[in-house]
Write a protein that binds this ligand. Structure first.
Ligand code: GTP
Ligand code: MG
Length: 138
């Protein structure tokens, strides 16, 4: 069990001005923000971030979407962070997401699903390092 995870508020949620409401839910659920930045991914960077999905049929769509506008990236801290955060964001497809989850409230489709959450402790570290230098991760 690790106490950190990584998240990105995706371009659809940024575009709809839902960043503040989502951050409020994240804080209310007990996560501390230990590093955060709003930035825009190039297609190359988005492709690198989601390289694990390179062989999937939706990869081009995913890369195109993730580089379509600004995102907010953050490292979050809480006991049991990875699992608890996945519960807070809900299922990948908002149609299957539980009531009260971030994706149920703010995602519009399986592709444009408002927020990312790391799926393991190992990936949380890799993804945090992708966006933040060690000096920024206090
Ligand atoms: P992330 O937290 O973003 O990693 O989502 P996830 O772990 O719930 O899902 P997964 O890692 O399997 O997929 C990564 C992202 O690819 C999803 O969040 C979606 O944005 C996108 N994606 C997954 N499946 C589909 C699909 O069938 N169609 C499209 N267009 N996008 C998809
Ligand atoms: Mg994933």
């Amino acid at each position: 069990m690790s106490n950190r995870t990584f998240t990105m508020i995706k371009p659809d949620a940024t575009q709809k001005n839902n960043t503040g409401a989502i951050l409020q839910m994240i804080n209310a659920a007990g996560f501390r923000i230990v590093a955060m930045k709003t930035t825009k991914l190039s297609a190359e960077k988005a492709g690198e971030f989601y390289a694990v999905h390179a062989a999937r049929p939706f990869y081009a769509e995913l890369v195109n979407f993730m580089s379509s506008g600004p995102i907010t990236a953050a490292i979050l801290e809480k006991e049991n962070a990875v699992d608890d955060f996945r519960k807070l964001i809900g299922a990948t497809n908002p149609a299957e997401a539980a009531e009260g989850t971030i994706r149920k409230l703010y995602a519009s489709s399986i592709g444009e699903n408002a927020i990312h959450g790391s799926d393991s402790n190992e990936n949380a570290v890799i993804e945090g390092d992708f966006f933040f230098s060690k000096l920024e991760q206090f």
